[in-house]
Design a protein around this ligand. Structure first.
Ligand SMILES: [Fe+2]
Length: 232
């Protein structure tokens, strides 16, 4: 596979999948280094693992570590500077057809939302909050920025609040659109696949797990000064 073609496809769609067949960390590190060079070599990365264990599913508080579906979101919504790129390396997959990755692009959202609501979402009137173990973090920002970025996550641990009625209405419409699922693309990640996402132009999620098998995803969050600009 030619890297220029991969990068061009990524810039057009906001995501791509490498079918490597290998679960070693070094493969993900090589791809991360390539992405770093595409971003002029300036980026930081954070590596962790998201796993579901059928034996521990009843005691977890995190949706990511439960068998529940994860609605579309961007990572780091409560951070002042969320990661620009994400890599998800599939280490163990759930039983087919459970645990499919889902993608919603910002461009598809823009096509179906009303202009007044898009305008309201672009105002920096939203508070993004994470509440975990008694500690809360919060930033104030727009949901859809003028430069084309998106920041969104709404579930029991992550909340978005807005004091403006038009902002609340716009948020409710966005929530309805995402819950309806009609903009979702579904992607099967096999063991050894690595998905590369632009965290500023696509939302990602996951369908519900079977609850019978373990599932392990290695996640690399890349913090670059600027996302790669889309190709038109
Ligand atoms: Fe996520």
């Amino acid at each position: 596979m030619n890297w220029a073609d991969v990068e061009s496809g990524f810039r057009t769609r906001g995501w791509t999948v490498f079918r490597t067949g290998c679960t070693d960390l070094w493969i993900a590190e090589v791809i991360a280094a390539k992405i770093g060079r595409a971003h002029d070599g300036v980026f930081e990365k954070a590596i962790d693992v998201v796993s579901f264990d059928p034996g521990r599913s009843l005691v977890t508080r995190s949706i990511a570590s439960s068998s529940s579906a994860m609605s579309p979101h961007t990572d780091g919504s409560f951070e002042p500077f969320p990661p620009t790129d994400l890599l998800f390396q599939c280490i163990e997959a759930d039983e087919s057809p459970h645990g499919l990755s889902t993608i919603v692009t910002l461009s598809s959202i823009i096509q179906v939302m009303s202009a007044p609501h898009l305008r309201a979402l672009s105002e920096p009137n939203f508070f993004f909050n994470r509440d975990e173990s008694g500690r809360t973090s919060e930033v104030r920002a727009s949901v859809i920025s003028a430069s084309g970025g998106v920041r969104y996550r709404s579930d029991p641990k992550y909340r978005i609040c807005c004091d403006e009625p038009c902002g609340q209405e716009a948020l409710a419409e966005l929530e309805r659109i995402l819950q309806a699922g009609s903009l979702e693309e579904r992607i099967v990640l096999e063991v050894g696949d690595i998905m590369w996402l632009n965290n500023t132009s696509v939302l990602h999620g996951r369908t519900a797990l079977s609850g019978r098998s373990s599932r392990v995803i290695r996640r690399l969050r890349l913090y670059a000064p600027d996302p790669l600009p889309p190709e038109h």
